[in-house]
Design a protein around this ligand. Structure first.
Ligand SMILES: [Zn+2]
Length: 82
């Protein structure tokens, strides 16, 4: 793990966007499968399925990007919002 702190990269406004959950119409930018992870880049959002996010996660984490990870919903039936 790099020793650089990420605290100075936190922007309070970003948390507002986390209120928009990913839906069936959100598709992985790599393979068009249903997206379960959104990455907030300075240039815009990227969407990934669990598979492609896992491949790129170390890069995003190293750069300190905000990540909306909804992979815990992958194996749950749609509409199960307990
Ligand atoms: Zn994918």
């Amino acid at each position: 793990m790099p020793s650089t702190t990420q605290s100075d990269m936190e922007v309070s406004g970003l948390t507002e966007r986390f209120r928009n959950p990913l839906t069936l119409s959100d598709r992985c930018d790599e393979c068009r499968a249903q997206a379960f992870v959104r990455v907030f880049l300075p240039s815009g959002d990227l969407l990934f399925c669990g598979h492609h996010f896992a491949e790129k996660e170390p890069t995003f984490v190293a750069r300190g990007y905000e990540i909306q990870d909804e992979r815990d919903r992958i194996n749950k039936p749609e509409g199960d919002t307990r």
